[in-house]
Design a protein around this ligand. Sequence first.
Ligand code: UTP
Length: 296
Amino acid sequence: MSVTKAVVPVAGLGTRFLPATKATPKEMLPVVDKPAIQYVVEEAVAAGLDDVLFVTGRSKRPLEDHFDRNVELEAALRAKSDHTRLAKVAAATDLARIHYVRQGDPLGLGHAVLMSAQHVGNEPFAVLLGDDLIDPRDPVLAEMIALRERHGGSVLCLMEVPREHIHLYGCAAVTEADDHVVVTDLIEKPAEEDAPSNLAIIGRYVLDPAVFDILRETPPGRGGEIQLTDALVRLAQLPADQGGGVRGVVFTGRRYDTGDRLSYLQAVIRLALDRDDLGPPLREWLVDYLDSGNDT
Ligand code: UTP
């Protein structure tokens, strides 16, 4: 069965970006001139997934409004014959079939994914974390879906990180296969000395629906939250004919954590430099600024 649905959890509190995220979801922070979340939905659509379920929570209204029509704004732009901006406004609405489910209490990423069970049903599905931005020049989701179609089971996106940063991520123990890795174990945010590798799990997953039954039985783990990583460990141990097996793609492209202030700033600069309209003047200014000892 092929993958057609994307689940995008956006119910986290975004505490690393306070006070900006006190009343504005972190996923709505602009990266150049689009909210971060629009890149995520565009990535899903580019990989062939046009059914997108957001798992939302409190204060996520702006996100729902962004993907809805804004009739007054569209009428005003139409009256001015401003077709360029009209197209930009309509783009978010026309991207995909968008659905919402509320998480209520943010009890962890595993709990957020479980909220999607009814919508997803008994199909493999993708999970894209709303604050993880994969540079559109380095797509990876289609490769992950192809791996699932070849081998069944679930597929993670792994990225080598400096060992001293591994405590910030879920970490995978793996064995090498031809063009991918087989995941044998996972540890959520291990201390550097306990980490079995420097392969971090980043926010893209293709999951077998067997994950739902496992999540229903997964007790709160690290930080009192229901951890998706704990359920993935169980999936890795499950026989293939029961939906088990976890593989990984090792991603070497550009990726930003837009919930982290430094990574967010890097995303804005890198993506702006790539733009025809903003790139050349921004590059010129940046060079002058740095050359002048940050004094222009
Ligand atoms: P984070 O670990 O980044 O947590 O969640 P957070 O609360 O969003 O942000 P900080 O750490 O306080 O700054 C990873 C992803 O899982 C979602 C978040 O929205 C984010 O996309 N999430 C997390 C949920 O949807 N529900 C939860 O209960 C927890």
